[in-house]
Design a protein around this ligand. Structure first.
Ligand code: NAD
Ligand code: UDP
Ligand code: UDP
Length: 312
C-alpha cells in the first residue's frame, strides 16, 4: 500500500481526506502545525495501525519517505490567513519548496490544494481554468491569493525542470462538518449564529455570490485527480450552483428553524463580487460532478454544529 503524506491533515478538508485514505487501505502520515487545525478532527484515527501524526511546520524542511503527497497546509479562512499574512506567504512559498524538495527526493506525486482565489475578483464568469484572474497584488487578500499563485508556478516549474508528477486542483468554497466554528467563514458564521438565534451578519448588501461544495464531493474530486495518470491540471473542483449571501442566510435560517434576523455589516476590502466554477474540465477529465445538494449538505453541517454547541 502506498504511503501518503497529507500536509494540513488535521484541518477541515485534510481530516476528511485522511479518513478516506485510511478507509481505502493507504498508509497515512498526517502532518500539521495546528495553526488552524484541531486534534479533535483526527482523534478517532489516533492509534490506527496505518495512521501517523507528525506535528511540524512545512516552512521548515522535513524528511519522510512517502509515495504521494497531498499538500493542504495553509490557513483557508480570510480571518485566519490575514492574522499573520507574512506567515501565510511563507507557507505557500517556502513551505511549497520544501514539499517539492521532499517529493523530488522521494519521486512522489504531489497534489496541491490551490484555490478559486487565484482568479481574484473575477471579471470572467463562470471561471474556467484558462482565465488568468484579477488579483490585487497588494491588497489584504494578496498574501493568500499571490501565495497560491506562486505555489502553482512552483509546481509547474518543478514538473518542467525535473519531470515530477504534479496535480493542481482549484478548490471553490467548500463546507461541511469539522469547519472551525470560529474561523469567520460565511457558512460557519451563519450556522452558529442561527443556532444561537443571534443576528445573521451579512457583509455588504449580500448580493455577492459564492458556489458551495460539500466536503465529500470535494474529496472525491481530489482523489480522482491524484489517481489520474494523464492530467496535471489545474482542475476546478466546486459546485456550480451559485447563491447570493442573502439567499444563503435565508436557507440557513429556514434549515435551522431559527428566530435570527439578517443584519448588515461592512463589506471587507477586495471581497470578490461573484464566484462560480466552470466544471467542464472536471467532468471531462475525471467524470466528476458534485452529488450533494446545498440543502442536504447544510443539514448535515447544521446537525454537526448543533452537537458541538450542545457539548459546550
Ligand atoms: P483549514 O484551516 O481547516 O486547514 C488547513 C490546515 O493546514 C490546518 O490544519 C492548519 O493547522 C494547517 N497548516 C497551516 N499552515 C501550516 C504550516 N505552515 N505547516 C503545517 N500545517 C499548516 O482549512 P481547509 O478548509 O481544510 O483548507 C485546506 C486547504 O484547502 C488549504 O490549503 C486551503 O487553502 C485549500 N482551500 C480550501 C477551500 C475551502 O473552501 N475549504 C477553498 C479553497 C482552497
Ligand atoms: N527538502 C526537504 N525535505 C526533503 C528534501 C528537500 O524539506 O526530503 C527541502 C530542502 O530544504 C531544500 C528544498 O526542499 O532546500 C528544495 O529542495 P530541492 O531539491 O528542490 O533544492 P535544493 O536542495 O537544491 O535547495
Ligand atoms: N460573509 C458574510 N458574513 C459573514 C462572513 C462572510 O456575508 O459572517 C461573506 C463574505 O463577505 C464573502 C462571502 O460571505 O462575500 C464568503 O466569505 P468567506 O469568508 O466564507 O470566504 P471567501 O469566499 O470570501 O474566501
Amino acid at each position: 500500500m502506498p504511503t501518503v503524506l497529507v500536509t494540513g491533515g488535521a484541518g477541515f478538508l485534510g481530516s476528511h481526506l485522511c479518513d478516506r485514505l485510511i478507509e481505502r487501505g493507504d498508509d497515512v502520515i498526517c502532518l500539521d502545525n495546528f495553526f488552524t487545525g484541531n486534534k479533535e478532527n483526527i482523534r478517532h484515527l489516533l492509534g490506527h495501525e496505518r495512521f501517523e501524526l507528525v506535528r511540524h511546520d512545512i516552512v521548515h524542511p522535513f524528511y519522510l519517505e512517502v509515495d504521494r503527497i497531498f499538500n493542504l497546509a495553509c490557513p483557508a479562512s480570510p480571518e485566519a490567513y490575514q492574522y499573520n499574512p507574512i506567515k501565510t506567504i511563507k507557507t505557500s512559498t517556502v513551505g511549497m519548496v520544501n514539499v517539492m524538495g521532499l517529493a523530488k527526493r522521494c519521486g512522489a506525486r504531489v497534489l496541491h490544494a490551490s484555490t478559486s482565489e487565484v482568479y481574484g475578483d473575477p471579471q470572467v464568469h463562470p471561471q474556467t481554468e484558462d482565465y488568468w484572474g484579477h488579483v490585487n497584488p497588494i491588497g489584504p487578500r494578496s498574501c493568500y491569493d499571490e501565495g497560491k499563485r506562486i505555489a502553482e508556478s512552483l509546481l509547474m516549474n518543478y514538473h518542467e525542470a525535473h519531470g515530477m508528477e504534479v496535480r493542481i486542483i482549484r478548490i471553490f468554497n467548500t463546507y461541511g462538518p469539522r469547519m472551525d466554528p470560529n474561523d469567520g467563514r460565511v457558512i460557519s458564521n451563519f450556522i452558529t449564529q442561527a443556532l444561537r438565534n443571534e443576528d445573521i451578519t451579512v457583509y455588504g448588501e449580500g448580493t455577492q455570490t459564492r458556489s458551495f461544495c460539500y466536503c465529500s464531493d470535494l474529496i472525491e474530486g481530489m482523489l480522482r485527480l491524484m489517481d489520474n495518470d494523464e492530467h496535471t491540471g489545474p482542475v476546478n473542483i466546486g459546485n456550480p450552483v451559485e447563491n447570493t449571501m442573502l439567499e444563503l442566510a435565508e436557507a440557513v435560517i429556514a434549515a435551522v428553524g431559527s428566530k435570527s434576523k439578517v443584519t448588515h455589516m461592512p463589506l471587507p476590502k477586495d471581497d470578490p463580487q461573484r464566484r462560480c466554477p466552470d466544471i467542464t474540465r472536471a467532468k471531462k477529465w475525471l467524470g466528476w460532478e458534485p452529488q450533494v445538494a446545498l440543502k442536504d449538505g447544510l443539514q448535515n453541517t447544521i446537525d454537526w454544529y448543533r452537537k458541538l454547541i450542545e457539548q459546550g
